[in-house]
Design a protein around this ligand. Structure first.
Ligand code: HEC
Length: 99
C-alpha cells in the first residue's frame, strides 16, 4: 500500500514538472527588442561593454552614436536599413550612453 502511494506521488510530480519546464523555457527567453538582438548577434563578439563607457568614447551624442553604428554595420557588410540602425542606436543609448 505504501509503495503504491509512493508511485502515485512520483507520477503526480512528474506530471506537474513537464508544464513547469515549458514555462521556464519561455520565461528565460522573453521577446528581445530588435536592436538588442541585432547587436548581440553581430556586434558583441569583439566588444566588451567597456568599449561603450571608456573615457574617450567616439560616440559623444545621439548623432555620432548612430554614425558609429552605421560605420560598423557597413564595415562588416550587414546592409542594415535606417530602421535597424536606429533600433541598435536606441538600444546602445538606453543601455550605455544615455544621451
Ligand atoms: C571587428 C570587431 C568589431 C565588430 C564586429 C564591431 N565593432 Fe564596434 N568597435 C570595435 C572597436 C575596436 C572599436 C573602438 C575603436 C574604433 O572605434 O575604431 C569599436 C567602437 C564602436 C563604437 C564607438 C564606441 C565609443 O563610444 O567610443 C560603436 C558605437 C560601435 N563600435 C558599434 C558597433 C556596432 C553597432 C557593431 C555591429 C554592427 C560593431 N560595433 C561591430 C570593434 C568592432
Amino acid at each position: 500500500m505504501q509503495r503504491y502511494f509512493i508511485m502515485l506521488t512520483a507520477l503526480a510530480s512528474a506530471m506537474t514538472a513537464i508544464p513547469a519546464i515549458g514555462y521556464a523555457a519561455e520565461s528565460i527567453q522573453p521577446q528581445m527588442p530588435r536592436g538588442e538582438l541585432l547587436y548581440r548577434n553581430h556586434c558583441i563578439e569583439c566588444h566588451t561593454q567597456q568599449i561603450h563607457w571608456r573615457e574617450k568614447r567616439i560616440a559623444t551624442d545621439l548623432n555620432s552614436l548612430s554614425g558609429q553604428v552605421n560605420r560598423w554595420q557597413d564595415a562588416i557588410g550587414l546592409h542594415w536599413t535606417k530602421d535597424e540602425i536606429d533600433d541598435v542606436s536606441r538600444y546602445l543609448n538606453s543601455t550605455y550612453y544615455f544621451y
